[in-house]
Design a protein around this ligand. Sequence first.
Ligand code: SF4
Length: 284
Amino acid sequence: KEFRNNVKPNWCPGCGDFSVQAAIQRAAANVGLEPEQLAVISGIGCSGRISGYINAYGLHGIHGRALPIAQGVKLANRELTVIASGGDGDGFAIGMGHTVHAIRRNLDVTYIVMDNQIYGLTKGQTSPRSAEGFKTKSTPEGSIETTLSPLEIALSAGATFVAQSFSSDLKQLTMLIEEGLKHKGFSLINVFSPCVTFNKVNTYEWFKEHVVNLDQFPEHDPSNRMAAMNKIMETNGLLTGLIYQDKVRKPYEDLAVGFKEQGLAKQSLELTREEFDKLVKEFR
Ligand code: SF4
């Protein structure tokens, strides 16, 4: 079960995305997957390169479109475990429409967002996750927009799995990805993954000081949506851990009428003349 390949990541030394790569590789092995059972689909951005750094099926897609591709892969072959990944700009700006609808559709896909609160690949512009007042070359006087809260949006959109972690906490991050992979439905895992080159505010030190580990609240019930929303708001979106999980709702694949358990590649193509005519008629 070797999910490492011999491609050397070209992320900056110290980039938080290295930990996400390691956590995915460990989690996939820990849940008993083989490389040929996993597909990693990514969008565009520094973090989008991750699909090339894991020994599994991979597709580096287009900006903001990791989720449509990942959902297509899952629909074509539900026997594959599918991870979608990308950055906060990719998923919460240009890709936000896809993100919200993938959440409410609830296909069995694990979506890992490397949230560094800036655009790194294009050399440091304000992203939807940047704080109000954040100064970059695109907002030299400080951002005048509010910060988008992906966890609140996910819960409002009917998410069945919402988690958050931090690149420095490899143990928690690996555990959450394992839980996301095991979850039957769509799982959102937002990861604070510092950009050491362009974001000089939200650094490792800043996150260490500000994140609030859910372990501090042993009374928290992750099946309670209202309690999850309250905890996210009380901690200003800096909560880490498995915040919400609905184990009851079935994934899209189980509810779609006529959707077959077997992957398309394994379904028989042999049809009687009557079956063939019926199929053609359906598509007229
Ligand atoms: Fe990571 Fe930032 Fe470097 Fe991109 S620019 S590789 S996000 S540290």
